[in-house]
Design a protein around this ligand. Structure first.
Ligand code: SRM
Ligand code: SF4
Length: 512
């Protein structure tokens, strides 16, 4: 069956332009775009189709594009990080990178004339940004300590890579999956603490035993959007590890061919599951798979509270450790990236890992090198023991670069949290997530305290404000939080957060 749906008269504008020309088609036109420059480009190519290559036009900074990579399980080598640092360095003060809430990297300041060269350099170190935006499958997440966690159940690194390779044709681009009804998220958890937020993915694989065999129970339909947020529900299916790719492709194919395309606010996978009913949806997936699905195992193996991996931890390999560094709101500059590449080479095994909390892990550090590692100046910037509130702070991009944003997020989040850490003693980290608009990229619904950007009226003026979410639970028995307070002006927020921290999270004013 063709992957390009025939648009009906009522089809939305996205379906129409996708049917006119596949997003991936711009790959062949990159040299031309580089020559003519961003201003002369066709508007739909520039603002939409380029996202099929992971290149995002930023209306806030016209001419300076963002590039979103694909890093399955958030793993990047030091050689790759160095190439990315060189790319960012070229743009001076405009260049930076962000670690994303999908364990990924986004580069900023990119000029279209440099993209062909950047792609060549990325390819030389095995990196791709293909199909990372618009109606494609996003970065495949997995435990950030896969393969090194002493207590892990399944090392998911190869599985995440295999799913990505199948969907993207090994990074070259795969027309079979470039016209989904909407974006699509896949997570593969092999750990005991649900470090991937399984519950907020369109497909999540969570470890489960069936008749003594270790495989995965499958959850489907989790998503956030401005209009609706849902936790994933069980598909009532269990698969062996070697069936993960096939099942992912079968679900994607059903979604591609049957998914709802009329209204983009009602196009994510859960809307199709609602439309067909779970039983019928499951039957469609079986038909696509060509074999019946095995019913879910009675229980999964997610038994732990979620870990943040910041600090020093022994690996399953004797005498080796992984060290989690806190990266304030995930923001990196070129020198930071060079420094991370260097410490991964000097102390580790040339590997850097990223977490969905927007932090970094350097694995494979021998016991004998720990003491000297701890003297590295980079740990002054990226602490292994940050203050408890800063430690668990997550923030989406916000108004600095994102045109959907209703508020500024990253800088404001850091400013407020530093003041609160100075004023309060918190016995444990409190997960505060900021997101600049209802799209919820900063996942406020999974947080202890989630702050979702909005606009409010105060003294006759429109001002930046937040809706406050609480009650999000991660790890075992994860559950989404809900909105507790609406339209809190950002300028009035700090005392309210302070009160919430004291009343609900055992914080004490310092000096008492
Ligand atoms: Fe997101 C759109 C940033 C994770 C839900 N997201 C956007 C855009 C591309 C909008 C735009 O074009 O400006 C943002 C780019 C801003 C920029 O310049 O950085 C953007 N999303 C991000 C990132 C960078 C936030 C971050 O600071 O970490 C995350 C990138 C992840 C990645 O590496 O691929 C990011 N976005 C998420 C998540 C969280 C997750 O996946 O766990 C969600 C909620 C989960 C979900 O998708 O179900 C999320 N982003 C959205 C939505 C709402 C989707 C919907 O169904 O309505 C949009 C808007 C859209 O797609 O129309 C959106
Ligand atoms: Fe932009 Fe809104 Fe996503 Fe933040 S939540 S990155 S403001 S789209």
């Amino acid at each position: 069956m063709s992957n390009v749906a025939t648009p009906t008269a009522s089809a939305n504008k996205f379906e129409k332009f996708k049917a006119e020309k596949d997003g991936l088609a711009v790959k062949a036109e990159l040299e031309k775009f580089a020559q003519i420059g961003w201003e002369a480009m066709d508007e739909i190519d520039r603002e939409h189709r380029l996202k099929w290559l992971g290149i995002f036009f930023r209306p806030v900074t016209p001419g300076k594009f963002m590039m979103r990579l694909r890093l399955p399980t958030g793993i990047v080598t030091s050689a790759q990080m160095r190439v990315l640092a060189e790319i960012v360095q070229r743009y001076g003060e405009d260049g930076s990178a962000d670690i994303t809430t999908r364990q990924n990297l986004q580069l900023r300041g990119i000029r279209i004339e440099d993209v062909p060269d950047i792609f060549q350099r990325m390819k030389s170190v095995g990196l791709t940004s293909v199909q990372s935006g618009m109606d494609n499958v996003r970065n495949i997440t997995g435990s950030p300590v896969a393969g090194i966690d002493a207590d892990e159940l399944i090392d998911t690194r190869e599985l995440a890579q295999a799913v990505q390779d199948a969907i993207t044709n090994c990074g070259e681009g795969n027309p079979a999956f470039t016209n989904l009804p909407r974006k699509f998220n896949i997570a593969i958890a092999g750990c005991r603490d649900n470090s991937v937020h399984a519950e907020i993915n369109d497909i999540a694989f969570v470890p489960a035993y069936q008749n003594g065999i270790l495989g995965f129970n499958v959850l489907v339909g989790g998503f956030f959007s401005a209009k609706r947020c849902e936790a994933a529900i069980p598909l009532n299916a269990w698969v062996e590890q070697n069936q993960v790719v096939a099942l992912s492709l079968a679900i994607l194919t059903v979604y591609r061919d049957r998914g709802l395309r009329r209204n983009r606010q009602q196009s994510r996978l859960m809307w199709l599951i609602d439309d067909l009913g779970l039983e019928q949806f499951r039957a469609e997936v079986e038909k696509e798979l060509g074999s019946p699905l095995v019913a879910a195992a009675p229980k999964d193996e997610i038994e732990w509270e979620k870990r943040d991996h910041i600090g020093i931890y022994a690996q399953k390999q004797p005498n080796l450790n992984y060290i989690g560094l806190h990266i304030p709101v995930g923001r990196l500059f070129a020198q930071d990236m060079f420094d991370l590449a260097r410490i991964a080479e000097v102390y580790g095994d040339r590997e850097i890992r990223l977490t969905v909390e927007q932090n970094v892990i350097i694995p494979h550090i021998p016991n004998s090198r720990l003491e000297i590692f701890l003297q590295e100046p980079i740990l002054q910037r990226f602490s292994i023991n940050p203050d408890p509130l800063k430690r668990a702070l997550v923030s989406c991009t916000g108004a600095q670069f994102c045109n959907f944003a209703l508020i500024e997020t990253k800088n404001r989040a850091l400013g407020i949290i530093q003041q609160l850490d100075a004023e309060l003693s918190c016995p444990h980290p409190v997960r505060i997530h900021w997101t600049g608009c209802p799209n919820s990229c900063g996942q406020p619904q999974v947080a202890d305290i989630g702050l979702l950007g909005t606009k409010a009226r105060k003294d006759g003026k429109t001002i930046e404000a937040v809706d406050i979410y609480m009650g999000g639970k991660v790890g075992k028995d994860a559950k989404l939080g809900s909105c507790m307070m609406k339209n809190v002006p950002c300028e009035d927020l700090k005392p309210i957060l302070r009160r919430l921290l004291i009343e609900h999270f055992d914080a004490q004013p310092k000096g008492l």
